[in-house]
Design a binder for this molecule. Structure first.
Ligand SMILES: [Ca+2]
Ligand SMILES: [Ca+2]
Length: 395
């Protein structure tokens, strides 16, 4: 609950200082001009920093009270502020409308228009129409408080009010509180009051209270992916709701930023890169088996290009795999010669794959010479099986 006494006292101090501020150069029109200038200057200098919903329209009812304004013949500032029945002119239907735009750092700029029918000036009966148009600079205190639904605010600005036939500019200062509803907090209930200090002798100082609904909209979604910028971790790249607006190009359930192979569907365990199936590992080794080199040479015979292409086709799908290519020979010739030869043959295969465009950092070429036979070197078939290149994949 707001303690009316504290509320009154605090605002009395605020408005008293405003009055003092104005006293030496009591020229409302200049002040109004200055305020308007400051608002627009501020508007164009402020870098627009989007809140979730930068636009707001509001509408509701207003009440005008000329009594607690410190203006003769009425009461002192804030005197009988809550004497609703006796002093307030409440317009019981839609009687004000406003629009504002968030410009950053808690500030919004806007306009508010209202009308009313006045039946009393304080205790005195009256019969006058009322109209107001105000330019507002609003500061949402919740920018500092970070409360969930309650948004207290302060506002300042300038405006023009017409009482019956007479109109006058005013310097305005107000405060209020909004209570935001729903999951998205796009709709709020607003209760506020504004003191309008008119300047000239025929102007009438007054308070205008408002009670209305606010509707917020205009959320920015730069990449148009349905996740607004405010909640979008990748605001400039279309993405998925499940990944806070970040993309998963290969659709493997691992978002691109965490995916070491963003264009190849993979597994979580392999950081988004595909895992090579056992069958493909075996195929690689079968192809390594049919690779033929010239006798005592590391040059591949042209007939083996198909096998090399087969190896390339498999490995290009696994840009993240570490591949150890091992050359082997049969036992004909010296062990040292075979060791060197096998390593060069492995390197020949790696060179081919790199030339085809695979990543050099994926490959290691080693030679095992005749040390790891898979068949007997005593038969031609056995020796043929031993002359091979094998592949070991580490992911
Ligand atoms: Ca977005
Ligand atoms: Ca992915």
């Amino acid at each position: 609950m707001v303690n009316p006494y504290c509320f009154n006292k605090r605002f009395f101090v605020l408005f008293s200082s405003l009055e003092k501020l104005k006293a030496p150069y009591y020229n409302e029109k200049k002040l109004l001009l200055l305020t308007t200038f400051l608002i627009f200057n501020f508007y164009f200098q402020t870098q627009a920093q989007s809140e979730t919903y930068p636009w707001q329209v509001e509408m509701g009812i207003n009440a005008v009270d000329v009594y607690p304004t410190g203006q003769n013949p009425y009461g002192e500032l804030f005197e009988d502020f809550f004497k609703v029945d006796a002093h307030w002119n409440i317009s019981p239907f839609l009687s004000y409308i406003g629009i504002s735009n968030y410009v950053g750092r808690g500030f919004s700029l806007g306009f508010r228009f209202g009308f009313n029918t006045l039946t009393k000036y304080g205790p005195e009966p009256a019969d006058a129409s009322y109209f107001n148009a105000d330019a507002i600079i609003k500061y949402n205190i919740n920018t500092l408080l970070k409360w969930n639904r309650v948004e207290p605010y302060l506002e300042f600005g300038g405006g023009y009010s017409i009482f019956g036939e007479k109109g006058d500019g005013s310097f305005n200062a107000g405060a209020g509180i909004a209570y935001m509803l729903g999951d998205k907090k796009r709709v709020g209930l607003n209760l506020g009051t504004t003191y309008k200090a008119t300047g000239t002798s025929y102007g009438i100082k007054h308070f205008q209270h408002i009670l209305g609904l606010q509707f917020r909209f205009g959320e920015v979604d730069t990449d148009d992916d349905g996740v607004i910028d405010e909640e979008d971790q990748c605001p400039d790249v279309p993405g998925l709701v499940a990944f806070d607006g970040c993309p998963d190009r290969d659709g493997d359930g691992i978002k691109d930023m965490n995916d070491r192979c963003p264009d190849n569907a993979g597994t979580q365990a392999n950081n988004g890169c595909p895992e090579m199936e056992q069958q493909q590992r075996e195929t690689l080794n079968v192809l390594g088996q049919v690779l033929l080199f010239k006798f005592n040479s590391y040059s591949i015979i042209p007939d083996s290009i198909d096998a090399l292409e087969g190896i390339y086709e498999i490995l290009k799908e696994y840009p993240d795999a570490q591949v150890v290519v091992t050359g082997h020979t049969d036992s004909i010739g010296s062990a040292e010669f075979n060791m060197a030869l096998s390593e060069m043959r492995a390197q020949t295969v790696v060179n081919y794959l790199i030339k085809r465009g695979l990543n050099p950092n994926q490959f290691t070429a080693i030679g095992k010479g005749e040390t790891e036979p898979v068949a007997s070197n005593k038969t031609e078939d056995g020796r043929k099986a031993n002359r091979r290149v094998s592949f070991s994949i580490d992911q």
